[in-house]
Design a protein around this ligand. Structure first.
Ligand code: LLP
Length: 417
């Protein structure tokens, strides 16, 4: 910690707060670049980089500056809506490096995405396949398709972000996939391109992803034997990150190794869809302590960020480390066990339980590892403007999203005549 407190790259967070206010998301360009490089270098080390495309999962953080940065690094994109398609294009992403995932694509989205000329639709049901063939027919194209198969593997993560079990709404049941491929191959406006699988998010154990890959490869080989040859294999995202100082996450090289080892010696191209692991540790949420409220049972620190800014603690009981931004010698408050909570009118509005901190009102706090599924899941609940977003690049500070203004929040509404 430097004399003027916590820094991101060359910039003091206190200066960011003074300039842009709080709550404010702060990202590091160097950390984003390093996370992408770690993924790419791991593919390189396994001799797979030349035939791999890293499609950043836009939902993790869809700010244009972040999308543009990944596009410049050569990434493709995994999108789940027409809205995300528009963002990727506005950020300069190539359409032919986009894969379109999601369990409920609308016909309108299918049309827009077909017209953009993307790389592949990851189809999740028999009905979707039929609808897509029909829509493709109306726009005079053949839709490039992978089936997202559900390998029935337990990802051992939070149930809300586990997607690869039979009981999940996602993907085509593994046992139905073979027949559905045959059907897809016979449809006039469908071009079978690949296979896709994504079993969940925030995975720390490499074994489930490797097991799922093994199942997918066995299916690919069965398809080939039946005359259905696939150009690519998409192994999804899911690699976990560190949220807790005491619980390190495996490095990309360690997490991906067992899965990548299974791909050696094959000829198919590969697609990966990492989201969280490219952005999560590269961002934090900067917030200010408004009120300290000591109580009989609990001591509360009410900060100016809330569940609408960072929903993960309220939604998944997720842990984010929280640290004081000020230099240690400015920590004049008594160290206490605090509940870090926001101003929203819900008891579920907490950002952290049981945090040992020495706080004064007015102190700045950094909620760490908030780069993924932070701003992208933010809402205007309680008519709270969404936070500003700032990107640090060395000593330079770039405002990449202005703080919303209150009149914008009801600008689309009207009263009755
Ligand atoms: N591909 C598909 C088809 C996905 O559904 C997801 C994430 C990804 C890729 C990216 O996965 P990642 O590499 O980020 O794990 N809001 C939750 C996470 C939801 C993940 C949804 N799907 C959270 O804050 O933990």
């Amino acid at each position: 910690m430097q004399r003027d407190g916590l820094h991101v790259e060359g910039v003091a967070l206190a200066d960011v707060a003074a300039r842009f206010g709080t709550p404010c998301y702060v990202y590091s360009r160097a950390a984003l670049t390093a996370a992408y490089a770690a993924y790419r270098d791991t593919l390189q080390a396994h001799g797979l980089a030349d035939r791999s495309l890293i499609c950043y999962a836009v939902k993790a953080n869809s700010n244009l500056a972040i999308l543009n940065l990944f596009a410049r690094l050569g990434a493709g994109f995994d999108i789940v809506s027409g809205g995300e398609l528009a963002r990727v294009r506005a950020a300069g992403g190539d359409a032919d490096k986009i894969v379109f995932s999601g369990v409920g694509k609308s016909r309108e989205e299918m049309r827009a995405v077909l017209e953009a000329g993307i790389r592949c639709f990851n189809v999740e049901s028999a009905s979707e396949l039929d609808q897509l063939s029909e829509v493709a027919g109306t726009v005079g194209r053949r839709a490039p398709v992978s089936l997202r198969v559900n390998p029935d593997v337990d990802a051992k993560t939070h149930p809300y972000i586990s997607t690869g079990l039979k009981s999940a709404k996602f993907g085509v049941a593994f046992n139905d996939a073979f027949d559905l491929y045959r059907r897809a191959a016979a449809l006039p406006h469908i071009a079978v391109k690949g296979i896709d699988c994504h079993i969940g998010s925030q995975l720390l154990d490499p074994a489930p992803a490797a097991e799922a890959a093994g199942k997918v490869l066995a299916l690919v080989d069965r398809l080939v034997a039946d005359g259905i040859v696939l150009e690519h294999i998409d192994l999804g995202g899911g690699m976990g990150i560190q949220y807790h100082a005491d619980e390190p996450a495996p490095a990309a090289s360690v997490y991906l190794a067992p899965m990548l080892a299974r791909l050696a010696g094959r000829h198919e191209k590969l697609v990966f869809e990492p989201g969280r692991s490219l952005v999560g540790n590269a961002g934090l949420l900067l917030t200010r302590v408004e009120v300290l409220k000591p109580g009989e049972e609990k001591h509360f620190a009410v900060v100016d960020a809330a569940m609408n800014d960072l929903m993960r603690p309220a939604l998944y009981d997720a842990w984010h480390d929280i640290t004081r931004v000020g230099a240690d010698e400015t920590a004049t408050g008594t160290t206490m066990n605090y509940e870090i909570v926001g101003p929203v009118c819900e008891s579920g509005d907490f950002l952290g339980h049981d945090r040992q901190l020495a706080l004064n009102e007015g102190d700045l706090l950094a909620i760490l590892s908030a780069g993924a599924y932070g701003m992208s899941m933010a809402s205007n609940y309680n008519t709270r403007p969404r936070a500003a977003e700032v990107m640090i690049d060395g000593d330079a500070v770039h405002l990449i999203r202005r703080r919303e203004e209150i009149p914008q929040l009801f600008a689309l509404e009207s009263t009755l005549p």
